[in-house]
Design a protein around this ligand. Sequence first.
Ligand code: SF4
Length: 220
Amino acid sequence: MKRAEIVEFYARLAADNPHPETELEAGNPFQLVVAVALSAQATDVGVNKATRRLFETVTTPQQMLDLGEDALKQHIKTIGLFNTKAKNVIALSQRLVDVYGGEVPNDRDALETLPGVGRKTANVVLNVAFGAETFAVDTHIFRVGNRTGLARGKTPLAVELKLDKATPQPFRLHAHHWLILHGRYVCKARRPECWRCIVADLCAFKPKTPPPKAALPKEP
Ligand code: SF4
């Protein structure tokens, strides 16, 4: 995609949703780390359902340690891989208490030393909690980047680095939210809804999906 097209692409997504936000519910950076760590291979809706009651009483790493692994499992047992995730959340809480004074560090390398926290989670936390211009490439962004031609790459890291290079101001802070939401609700995995896509004319994906029959106007 050419630079002018990239600007137009983001400008349309921005006009459509000027203040995009993460759909994960969290009241502070610690809760955000926990929510993102729980969200691997799970939907945000499912994570929110499980964390809503948990986050009423657990707002700090120490409170998570006081709650303990077994009680945490009871809260999150509706989420896939909950046993491993509970272990990681307890271990990352312990490390936050032991090494970082109970605070979530505003630093990529430090975040990635937390159990269960990889590059994508670190990017979400840096962006949402600390306002960094990072690009957390999940399955939706990976797909949208490749289909549209905005940022093609064989790995999430390759797509992330291309997005970082290609995304201009003033779109850098919210780019990852716009792309996730576009992938989740319009440029869907199995059947992208090209017929109602606001960036269709800029997108390189050739076999544009036609509208379903019910959406076509009736012939007179
Ligand atoms: S035109 Fe289709 S493939 Fe391209 S971004 Fe829109 S929904 Fe996705």
